[in-house]
Design a protein around this ligand. Structure first.
Ligand code: ZN
Length: 214
């Protein structure tokens, strides 16, 4: 973990303070070279987006203080939540122009290289979410992905991260993610493995816009 704030982004230079009650998990819905690539794209006065942390396969960094309002989930949701972005790998290929459906012939979740890369990102994301839970006092059952936030009426209609996580089966869906966050908070970073779910699924439906392509 490192701290590297989006010092040029308007959500950093002109902050609005919030008291978040949700943590939103996003993924970029487009392949990114690294979290630094994403950081450079969003560390700009012109950027109309921001988030509180950025994750890739090798690590993650805090990009906004957790009591600053970010622009990640649209509308009123930004006032009640913080959010982080997981960089999807360069190898991801989409089947539709809105980047809500992955082409699994070209990005095949059964291929070991694809799966191993995904698991690295998923584990870094668990570690990041556990840190954010501890910093904010938000419980893991209030860690929702963007599409789940939409399903409860608190976000724009995006597909992330269910459109990606769910390709890898129940061991890596959002329920498994919340369970893993809870384990890491209890046992430390090594506990970010897949496994049992907490069983408090929130309904989800596919959205139709990517986070980076807007
Ligand atoms: Zn999103």
């Amino acid at each position: 973990m490192e701290i590297r704030y989006l010092e040029k982004n308007k959500t950093y230079t002109n902050p609005q303070r919030i008291r978040p009650t949700y943590i939103v998990v996003h993924s970029t819905a487009v392949g990114m070279t690294s979290r630094t690539t994403l950081f450079n794209a969003w560390n700009s006065q012109a950027a109309k987006v921001s988030c509180h942390a950025m994750v890739d396969d090798e690590g993650w960094m805090l990009t906004l203080p957790v009591d600053f309002k970010g622009w990640h989930v649209g509308g009123k949701g930004n006032g009640i939540s913080i959010g982080f972005e997981i960089c999807e790998p360069k190898s991801i290929v989409y089947a539709d122009q809105w980047h809500s459906r992955v082409n699994t012939a070209l990005y095949n979740p059964a291929r070991p290289s694809i799966r191993n890369d995904f698991v690295k990102r998923w584990r870094q994301a668990v570690d990041c979410a556990a840190y954010l839970c501890k910093q904010t006092g938000i419980a893991p059952d209030h860690v929702l992905c963007h599409s789940e936030m939409n399903a409860i009426g608190k976000a724009t209609n995006h597909a992330d991260v269910a459109h990606w996580f769910d390709l890898f089966g129940q061991a890596y869906n959002m329920d498994a993610f919340r369970a893993a966050v809870q384990r890491v908070m209890k046992n430390g970073a090594g506990a970010a493995r897949d496994g049992k779910t907490m069983g408090n699924a929130v309904g989800r439906r596919a959205g139709n816009r990517a986070d980076v392509i807007r």
